[in-house]
Design a protein around this ligand. Structure first.
Ligand code: GLU
Length: 474
């Protein structure tokens, strides 16, 4: 029987959930969820100086916005310190680690001499093979006995076999002189104890893997499957900077990208499945595998992100989209909407979601629902409310009043009015948009009429027919 897949996301809470971290989390989530596995979350808060509860909260919030749910409780690495130290003591007892009493000065002197002799400056402690009877009563660190010859091979699912010469590995410290465990030990012990089977993380951790393997080997533990993924670069191929996307997940939420679009885009950032660009979560879970991960850094591309987000908005269920729009409004600090506006949005969602790439764009289209009479037409809309246009609206209004309030009914009345007046529908569209929304760019006039209903539509048309353009009364 194959083991259940267990992945984890292990952020250090020193800042927000940046886009690279979000992608790492997503890859781990997809890999586990697509295989009936578990996706665990561990906060690597051992660096007490740099870890903050605010950062942890921001990371949890970002993951929750992205819909990356984890299994079990959030694990605090710091809280496992006693267990991490216990493993170091076990290695000590088994002779796989040793107490090193070298002082900083001893190490500096060793390095200086090695440099002078043109040798490797990798520290070689004289305490590695010292007789415990010779141990002084002095502070010490615990070091692992690293293999000194041969090679360590990391079998990486993305990078292939990465070979490291063991003579380049030093006897890494496991416990500091105050008895606290180092980060590298904590990661291995936690991954082992949490039953992690697959470690998917940024390739900036590839070097750590070789050192971490020493601990797995010394403990006789199964080494997890490694997958070190290339980092994300900016569109110019340089390291991702704030200017092009190295923002927190929260910022993307506030910019109004839908979470499904963001997931789709992040999945495509360094991973591909044939030519598929737009896909659902279900497809991503089914398709995601290591073979599709590229070896070179992915490039962040806002245009592509927007394009995918637009497709996800268009494909979303109206009710779910309304909920996400309301969550977006809360995230940017907008006040709650009254029920009648929510009802309007709900009725209008079918036309609002077409061709909106973000929630601000969708909101812009929803302006005809969100604003109340008297409308204040913007400059472009005002141009469509000159005296001729107002005259047209005045004549059309009573005819619409008696129309059957369906798309066919409204179209029939408007078209026969245009025929009778020998004007093109296009000529009427501008004034109608201005009257119904106070804007020049809106959903179709019939959609707006249907969403607003007869009474509100007629009231807006009547009001527009009496509109007084600024600076030119009458
Ligand atoms: N805490 C590390 C980071 O935030 C990740 C370590 C790991 O995934 O093993 O970069």
């Amino acid at each position: 029987m194959t083991r259940q897949v267990v992945t984890r996301f292990a952020p250090s809470p020193t800042g927000f959930l940046h886009i690279g971290g979000a992608r790492t989390a997503l890859f781990n989530w997809l890999y586990a969820r697509g295989r009936g596995g578990k996706f665990l979350l561990r906060i690597e808060d051992t660096d007490r100086e740099r870890s903050t509860p605010e950062a942890t909260a921001a990371i949890l919030q970002g993951l929750s916005w992205l819909g990356l749910d984890h299994d079990g409780d959030v694990v605090s690495q710091f809280e496992g310190a006693a267990r991490h130290a216990e493993v170091a003591h076990q290695l000590l007892a088994e002779g796989k680690a040793y107490k090193c009493f070298a002082s900083q000065d001893d190490i500096a002197a060793f390095r200086e001499q090695a440099r002078a002799e043109g040798k490797s400056t990798l520290y070689r402690s004289p305490w590695r093979d010292a007789d415990p009877a010779s141990h002084p009563d002095a502070p010490y660190v615990v070091r692992i006995k690293a293999p000194q010859d041969g090679t360590t091979v990391i079998k990486d699912e993305v990078q292939g076999h990465v070979t490291i010469r063991n003579d380049q590995l030093d006897d890494m410290i496991l416990l500091r002189s105050d008895g606290t465990p180092v980060y590298m030990l904590a990661v291995v012990v936690d991954d082992h104890d949490m039953g992690v089977t697959h470690v998917i993380r940024g390739d900036d951790h590839l070097n750590n893997a070789a050192r971490q393997m020493m601990i797995y080997d010394a403990m006789g533990w199964d080494v997890p499957v490694w997958a070190h993924i290339p980092l994300i670069h900016g569109p110019d191929g340089k390291k991702l900077s704030k200017r092009h996307g190295a923002l927190g997940a929260e910022e993307y939420q506030k910019m109004g990208y839908p979470a499904a679009g963001m997931r789709n885009y992040l999945a495509r950032l360094g991973w591909s499945h044939g030519d598929d660009e737009f896909f659902t979560d279900a497809q991503a879970k089914e398709w995601f595998d290591f073979a599709g991960i590229g070896k070179s850094p992915a490039r962040f591309d806002t245009k592509k992100l927007e394009n995918l987000c637009g497709q996800h908005i268009a494909a979303s269920e109206d009710a779910a989209l309304l909920q996400e729009l309301l969550a977006f409004r809360r995230a940017i600090g907008e006040s709650d909407l009254p029920d009648d506006k929510k009802d309007g949005l709900s009725r209008g969602m079918y036309c609002l979601k077409e061709r909106a790439k973000t929630f601000p764009e969708l909101t812009e289209k929803a302006e005809f629902i969100l604003s109340d009479r008297p409308l204040h037409p913007d400059a472009k809309a005002q141009k469509n409310l000159d005296s001729v246009s107002r005259g047209i609206l005045k004549e059309l209004t009573p005819q619409l009043q008696n129309a059957s309030w369906s798309r066919d009914g409204l179209e029939a009345v408007t078209n026969s009015f245009a025929d009778a007046k020998e004007i093109k529908f296009g000529k009427m569209a501008g004034p109608l948009r201005a009257a119904l929304a106070g804007r020049a760019v809106t959903p179709s006039v019939f959609d707006m009429m249907l969403v607003l209903g007869r009474e509100e539509t007629i009231a807006r048309l009547e009001e527009a027919a009496d509109f007084e353009p600024e600076g030119q009364p009458g």
